[in-house]
Design a protein around this ligand. Structure first.
Ligand code: C2E
Ligand code: CA
Ligand code: CA
Length: 548
């Protein structure tokens, strides 16, 4: 009796044949031992005795396991039918025991043809990720890729560029030539744009006549500018519509990662803001994003003008936030934090004006004022007090790039008479990473003067700790964002502990910023963090409070 017939003592063969799903059995050795009509038809078998070898795998690896341990499994595989057609099938297989036996005597399987389903899925996937006219990725796929690239760039210290591109006066083309020719123009534009970028970059259509690019591993702004020029050149070449030569141009807005945003939404939004400004500038041009573009033109001018006058009108003041030694609990320094006492707006905090000042270059004279004032204040405290403290001043990226920075600092030290060791300078990770050789050179000179050097906002930038070995710095300031969720967030706990111990291996001290609670302080103490700063100890206060 065949294996199947034995089973058929329980179930009738007619019943099995009536089931439209292909069903098969395999014996202990893994050979096909029986099947129903649907299976025979699927495989193109005419008789039940036909050879099955070559149609389905005889002894799949997973069968061995099922026949040994039992259980069931679903696998998707591709099989060639007897008529030569390739099909995708879902096999659901289970081992079984007969007559209360001790060992598995065979396995039973069903087979579902999912070929059409899979191709429909592929089509749906295409439709949800690609633009059908130009065959470029659509916004969904673009955002997905941008997200992936941001993660990659963060890990590898790379820069990205996002381009928003828009055809100038596209409406006119549509009106003159009609929508069909408008569509063919879009296709050619898509092709020309794609030809200007590298294979690893992405060009997408965001609907209508707007396109978006993602350029990977851009070294500097210049790289992005070169691509923008190439695009303008390529689009300038005539298009042929209805046997007529047509000339068009595009406007381009560019946002860079990480400078102009560190997430998908911000980068796309800011490239778009820059695009609109480029259009206002008279089209056929490209513009890089700048923070003040987000303000309306009139507000922007107003703020710029009042900022320009603020220094002359003595509207700036400095608040100082104490920094404490973890071991002794003593105040060992203060950080100088700039405030703007605006005649109409009241107290304005740095978030609202530092970036603008940086962009229009005003940060240089403002920063010089902060340095001088902070040194003068420190002289007053340190001459009146035997517990001498260090005053740390933030240097903006632009200030750090000034060729006469070193001379300026020497001049201020001489003028005010401050001990160089009492002066600290805070530079951000991104500003030293912009041009590493230059940074090493400047920091080395400053170190020789005896000034205290720290890297600010550590962890938010793009450098690894080992990279910082190159710089002659004294202190790492762990960014507030890593402290906020301590002790709730186990990732932050792990990061902070690791940073402290690695920094200590490099002979660097570590200060934690933004300490707000006793729990945070206790945790930081337990991992041997060297210095603390934050609202738990003191908010930034006016200069005359520092000695009290
Ligand atoms: P920063 O250098 O990271 O300064 C620390 C900021 O965190 C300060 O904000 C401070 O008030 C705030 N902070 C301190 N402890 C805590 C805390 O426990 N909790 C919370 N929530 N916040 C805390 P501020 O004064 O608004 O300054 C913001 C940023 O502006 C500074 O960040 C710095 O990058 C920049 N900045 C301030 N003054 C100057 C300056 O004179 N020159 C330059 N170039 N940048 C400056
Ligand atoms: Ca700082
Ligand atoms: Ca900071």
């Amino acid at each position: 009796m065949s294996e199947l017939n034995k089973i058929m003592n329980v179930i009738s063969i007619e019943a099995l044949d009536a089931i439209p799903t292909p069903i098969f059995f395999k014996n202990k050795e893994g050979f096909f031992s029986g099947w129903n009509r649907a299976f025979a038809e699927f495989c193109g078998l005419t008789s039940f005795s036909a050879e099955l070898g070559g149609i389905l795998e005889i002894y799949a690896e997973e069968d061995r396991k099922l026949l040994h341990d039992g259980g069931n499994i679903i696998v998707e595989t591709s099989v060639t039918r007897a008529d030569g057609k390739q099909r995708n099938v879902l096999l659901h297989k289970a081992g079984f025991v007969k007559n209360n036996g001790q060992t598995y005597s065979g396995l039973v399987g069903t087979m579902i043809d999912v070929t059409e389903l899979r191709s429909a899925e592929k089509k749906a996937d295409y439709l949800t990720h690609y633009d059908h006219l130009t065959e470029l990725p659509n916004p969904v796929l673009f955002q997905d890729r941008l997200n992936t690239e941001i993660v990659h760039a963060r890990r590898h210290d790379e820069h990205l560029a996002v381009f928003a591109i828009d055809i100038d006066h596209f409406k006119k083309v549509n009106n003159v030539f009609g929508h069909d020719l408008g569509d063919s123009l879009l296709k050619v534009v898509a092709r020309r744009i794609t030809e200007t970028i590298r294979e690893e970059d992405t060009a997408a259509r965001f609907g209508g006549d707007s396109f978006t690019l993602l350029l990977r591993n851009i070294r500097y702004e210049e790289d992005a500018a070169i691509i923008a020029k190439k695009i303008h050149e390529s689009i300038k070449q005539p298009f042929f519509l209805d046997d007529q030569e047509v000339f068009i141009s595009v406007s381009v807005g560019i946002a860079l990662y990480p400078l102009d945003g560190d997430n998908v939404q911000t980068l796309i939004k800011n490239s778009d803001v820059a695009l609109h400004r480029a259009k206002e500038r008279g089209r056929s041009t490209h513009l890089f994003f700048a923070p003040e573009m987000n303000l309306r033109a009139s507000e922007q001018m107003k703020l710029q003008n009042s900022l320009r006058r603020a220094l002359d009108r003595d509207e700036f003041i400095i608040h100082y936030q104490p920094q404490y030694d973890a071991e002794s609990g003593r105040m060992i320094g203060v950080e100088a934090l700039l405030r703007w006492q605006h005649p109409d707006l009241g107290m304005v905090y740095p978030d609202q004006f530092i970036q603008l000042a940086e962009h229009i270059g005003l940060i240089v004279p403002i920063g010089e004022w902060v340095l001088r004032t902070a040194c003068q204040d420190a002289m007053v405290w340190n001459e009146e007090n035997e517990n001498q403290i260090r005053v740390s001043v933030n240097l903006s990226p632009r200030q750090f790039q000034q060729p006469d920075l070193y001379e300026k600092i020497c001049q201020i030290i001489n003028e005010t008479g401050i001990e160089p060791a009492w002066l600290g300078l805070e530079v951000t990770e991104s500003s030293v990473m912009q041009n590493v050789d230059y940074a090493v050179c400047v920091l080395t000179e400053l170190k020789k003067l005896g000034v205290h050097l720290s890297v600010d906002d550590f962890g938010t930038g793009y450098s690894s700790l080992s990279y910082l070995k190159k710089f002659p710095i004294d202190l790492l300031k762990i960014d507030r964002s890593f402290i906020t969720d301590i002790p709730k967030d186990s990732d932050d706990i792990a990061i902070v502990s690791a940073v402290v111990s690695m920094a200590h291996n490099l002979n660097l001290k570590v200060l934690a910023e933004g300490v707000e609670t006793l729990e945070q302080k206790d945790f930081l103490h337990s991992v041997s963090c060297d210095e603390f700063q934050g609202f738990y100890f003191s908010r930034p206060v006016a200069a005359h409070h520092i000695l009290q």
